[in-house]
Design a protein around this ligand. Structure first.
Ligand code: PLP
Length: 470
């Protein structure tokens, strides 16, 4: 493709993108595609000869688009948001064009230095103390794996990487049942194992019980098990529970245990001064991660990972073959040493575009709207005798259960599952489920950038209308 054709196609694609965004609200939120349907429409092998670009674009519309679930849809209320704002999309077009591999300072100094500066901006925006240094990871899952590996090395006197874990002490990590599954996955990868991950009891608000944590660590220490790390959560995936960081931090301080904070979703709300109390106790935190790619308008992937002691992270993850050494090695930041993969995308550019385009106040307004509209939805649900609010509203997340009169408790799980399936098949809104104390509940998570108050309030009308015919 020569630059003349590239220019023409890029303009066409810009139009395609704007048309998509203008018409997104008319599409079913969740793809109606059946398993295997998209694969069946694709040829079994690669084309031997190149094809016209128009044919590729036609198949994008014909084959791919029906199989897409629309995360930027104004009535996407599933999972947590992955809200991509238009400036972030435009930045990603530039990133794609540059095609840079930003593993070392030398392989694009601007990528490294923008990332360092932008993470300082973010640190200030969310109220972290100056001592924290930041890096952009691809995901919160990677950040927690880095945290567990660093904590493990610290707990093993920096010998685990060298010697392996065989013959070493039994290791333990601590989290609650509200903790995201990425923590268990990371504990497995880091050699702590599912059995070494202690599930600390929850209090009545589904927060990790600090006294139970204290007892679990003391029990392990008495039994010659080495505590490695505690993972606290700000904004759990299930119900948005916010652990009492100050109490957990005090326990970690007392026992000298590493403390990582997973604020993947709720961390964005720290840009609102009225939610800063969530990080009381931050002085004793070793690392914290939140995802601007969830709720701060920055395209996936962009996970902000802050560490109090970058030397420990680098000591854990750095490995320096001759082919990666350069004149500046050791005197500049090489972010390849701060994460799992060697290769890195230029992720700071989209963050820069978003922060500059909206400013802190623009992003604060978006979050405050989402939180306020979720509260309005919660009071609609709460005021209706057929529905029970089962959690929240916590920030912009709530869950509910349909309990029509005359139905036995044992029937409600199946009934709510049928309601959820019917809602998602209908396509006007998209919701997901969770279990609280074993009971199936329906989650509503507000956070798409395109969502307006009417979309949120209308959701309950759609839910009731569909419930009436289930
Ligand atoms: N932690 C929490 C609380 C989450 O809700 C999620 C995902 O929703 C994650 C971690 C994992 O995030 P990622 O997809 O960035 O790994």
């Amino acid at each position: 493709m020569d630059t003349g054709e590239f220019r023409k196609r890029a303009h066409e694609i810009a139009d395609w993108m704007a048309d998509y965004l203008e018409g997104i609200g008319e599409r079913p939120v969740r793809s109606p595609s059946a398993p295997g349907e998209i694969a069946a429409a694709l040829p079994a092998g690669a084309p031997v000869h190149g094809e016209p670009f128009d044919a590729i674009m036609a198949d994008l519309d014909r084959i791919v688009m029906p199989g897409m679930t629309h995360w930027q849809h104004p009535r996407f209320f599933a999972y947590f948001p992955a809200n991509a704002t238009p400036p972030s999309m435009l930045a990603e077009m530039i990133t794609a064009t540059l095609g840079a591999q930003c593993m070392l300072w030398q392989t694009s100094p601007a990528a490294t230095e923008l990332e360092t500066r932008l993470l300082e901006w973010l640190r200030g925006m969310i109220g972290l103390p100056g001592g924290f240094a930041g890096v952009i990871q691809d995901s919160a899952s990677s950040a927690v794996l880095c945290a567990i590996l660093t904590a493990r090395e610290r707990a093993l006197g920096w010998k685990g990487n060298e010697d392996g874990l065989a013959g070493g002490p039994e290791l333990a990590a601590y989290a609650s049942d509200e903790t995201h599954s990425s923590v268990e996955k990371a504990a497995r990868i880091a050699g702590i194992g599912t059995r070494g991950l202690r599930r600390v009891a929850l209090d009545g608000d589904r927060r990790m019980d600090a006294a139970a944590l204290d007892a679990a660590i003391a029990r392990d220490m008495a039994g010659n098990v080495r505590p490695v790390i505690v993972i606290a959560t700000l904004g759990s995936t299930g119900v948005g529970a916010v652990d009492d960081l100050a109490s957990i931090a005090a326990v970690c301080r007392r026992h000298g245990v590493y403390l990582h904070v997973d604020a993947a979703w709720a961390g964005s709300a720290l840009i609102l001064p009225e939610y800063r109390a969530m990080i009381e106790g931050i002085e004793s935190v070793d690392s914290l991660c939140f995802n601007p790619h969830k709720w701060l308008g920055v395209q996936f992937d962009c996970s902000a990972h802050f560490v109090r002691d970058p030397d420990s992270l680098v000591r854990t993850l750095s490995i320096l073959p001759a082919y990666l050494q350069g004149r500046e090695t050791g005197s500049v930041i090489d972010y390849r040493d701060w994460g799992i993969p060697l290769g890195r995308r230029f992720r700071a550019l989209k963050l820069w575009f978003v922060l500059r385009y909206y400013g802190v106040s623009g992003l604060q307004e978006m979050l405050r709207n989402h939180i306020a509209w979720t509260r309005e939805l919660a009071s609609q649900i709460d005021g209706n005798g057929e529905f029970e609010l089962t959690s929240g509203p916590n920030l912009a997340l709530l869950s509910f259960r349909w309990r029509p009169a005359g139905r036995a408790e044992e029937e409600l799980d199946e009934l709510n599952q049928r309601l959820l399936d019917a809602i998602n098949d209908d396509g006007r809104i998209y919701l997901t489920s969770n279990r609280i104390d074993g009971r199936l509940v329906i989650r509503v998570s507000v956070g798409a950038h395109a969502t307006r108050r009417g979309d949120v309030l209308d959701a309950f009308r759609v839910i009731r209308e569909i419930a009436a015919r289930v």
